[in-house]
Ligand binder design. Sequence first.
Ligand SMILES: [Zn+2]
Ligand SMILES: [Zn+2]
Length: 148
Amino acid sequence: MTHEAKEKFNKLREEGYRITSQREQLLEFFYNLPDGEHLSAEEMHKKLTEKGIKISLATLYRSLKFLVINGFIRELDFGEDHKHYELKGPDNKQHQHLICNSCGLTVEFEDKNLYDYAIKIAKRNNSFEIRDYQFKIFGLCEKCRGLT
Ligand SMILES: [Zn+2]
Ligand SMILES: [Zn+2]
């Protein structure tokens, strides 16, 4: 876990949030995932159980929600019947996704202009404070178009 994440956890604790060791373990788990992994709650539950971390699926969902709301992780909707989760980077360096509708391949990309644009839109609309911004492109990858 990064120093920033630890400090953020401590700050929440001072504010009276009940942060269980499970929630910290879960965040640590995200830090240890390889880049570009977008796990669903079910896949995560399997991996956590394998690691000997006991957590019910219901608790896992609540803990994920907590980490999303407080800006530690992102919840991604790739147009399937379940959500995916990944660690959230700094707002100005947040990556985005291209998703293949056929095979589910996800490709990550970064574009700084998207952040500048998100700030403008958030300010203009009810002065929203940004927790995450997601730009998704759905389509067909090269392989699924039969080009390879
Ligand atoms: Zn990603
Ligand atoms: Zn594809």
